[in-house]
Design a protein around this ligand. Structure first.
Ligand code: NAD
Length: 361
């Protein structure tokens, strides 16, 4: 079997702690399913600034370009907050996504029945929730030029950004979303603001035109303000949501909180060939770094996504997801998802429990 190369970027603060557990689970899956995975390591974010003076050094980027998949912890923290904006750890994230053209961000929001009480919504509104948000990741207003802060003739300053998408950018993300809907409940909701923004008038037209290629998928359109409201009012109406970079950023965090804890949510960022970077949805949590209490499950579930989407090992992905469910059934909880009567465990014990629960079928 050809070797599958995974590049590991632990990142900053809790990044290395949660990554250690995710790698432990990946290595056990590698043995059990004979996956022939080889691991390499590099720096991104603050760790890269400390070593190379920049958040996304060429040394890390060139390793990333040769990998079949990348597993990232999280980057950033107060240690690097006062350096030049262009050199901040978060710039490293944007740089690697952009350099690898990782345009398709898949963010599932799945409610584990064991955690229904942890949601801020009533359990009947969220039990069984399973939404996939497909967010365009390398275009839109976060990358559009011109941008900046300029001084006007009257002396006051003006901040400005550019929101634009061309047809091919819209088409490729919409295709990813239609394909995802095809293997789920075949419902796709495209979110825009076409009552106000011309860029999203085009978005709506292009997505609508593509629907002829997917007659089995029920396509709907929704304005972003309504989508935000519907997500907290009746979230189970959604199956797959596709949207641009900024709207996706906001809606996916909202959907994340419906499930109780951001410490449970994985994500994938894919290029056109299915090569991808996998990371938890949360940040580097400097407030709990070094305490051994961070929840590693979002990163472990990111390993499952990586096995499914980039490494074509769906059986190993399912085994990891089942192992996580089994550990939750056993009552193990890190502090972010802990409730009375459950067994509180730290980061390492949670990783060990998932490894112990991992089975061939
Ligand atoms: P955060 O997600 O790091 O933390 C928000 C809250 O959630 C904190 O109370 C934290 O303790 C908790 N939390 C997060 N992950 C957890 C986990 N696995 N287990 C238990 N609790 C967890 O967001 P923030 O505080 O806004 O950002 C901290 C740093 O992370 C900043 O430097 C920010 O720029 C960076 N960040 C990085 C990424 C990324 O690497 N993709 C994403 C978001 C934020």
């Amino acid at each position: 079997m050809t070797s599958r190369k995974v590049l590991v970027l632990p990142g900053d603060n809790i990044g290395p702690e949660i990554m250690q557990e995710a790698v432990k689970v990946l290595q056990r899956a590698n043995e059990l399913f004979d996956l022939n995975i080889s691991l390499d390591y590099a720096e991104l974010g603050g760790a890269a600034i400390d070593l190379y003076g920049e958040p996304c050094p060429e040394a890390s980027l060139s390793k990333a370009k040769y990998a079949d998949a990348i597993l990232l912890g999280a980057v950033g923290g107060p240690k690097w907050d006062n350096i030049d904006r262009q050199l901040r750890p978060e710039k490293g994230l944007l740089a690697i996504r952009s350099a690898l053209d990782l345009f398709g961000n898949l963010r599932p929001a799945i409610m584990y029945p064991q955690l229904a009480h942890a949601s801020s919504l009533k359990p009947d509104l969220v039990s069984g929730l399973d939404i996939l948000i497909v967010r365009e990741l390398v275009g839109g207003i976060y990358f559009g030029e011109p941008r900046g802060i300029r001084v006007l003739e009257d002396g006051q300053r003006e901040g400005y950004n550019t929101y634009k998408y061309n047809e091919s950018e819209i088409e490729r993300i919409a295709r990813m979303a239609f394909e995802a809907a095809m293997v789920r409940d075949k419902k796709l909701c495209s979110v825009d603001k076409s009552n106000v923004l011309e860029a999203t008038v085009l978005w709506r037209e292009v997505v609508s035109d593509m629907a002829v290629d997917y007659p089995e998928v029920e396509l709907s359109h929704m304005y972003v303000d309504n989508a935000a409201m519907q997500l907290v009012k009746e979230p189970k109406q959604f199956d797959v949501i596709v949207t641009g970079n900024m709207f996706g950023d906001i809606l996916s965090d909202t959907a994340a909180m419906l499930t109780g804890s951001i410490g449970m949510l994985p994500s994938a960022s894919l290029d056109k060939n299915g090569v991808g970077m996998y990371e938890p949805c949360h940040g580097s949590a400097p407030d709990i770094a070094g305490l051994g209490v961070a929840n590693p499950l979002a990163t472990i579930l990111s390993v499952a996504m990586m096995l499914r989407y980039s490494l074509k090992a769906p059986e190993a992905a399912v085994a990891i997801e089942n192992a996580v469910s089994c550990v939750l059934d056993s009552g193990f909880r890190t502090s972010d998802i802990h409730t009375e009567g459950m067994t509180m465990v730290g980061t390492v014990a949670m990783g060990d429990a998932v490894v112990a629960a991992l089975r061939l079928s």
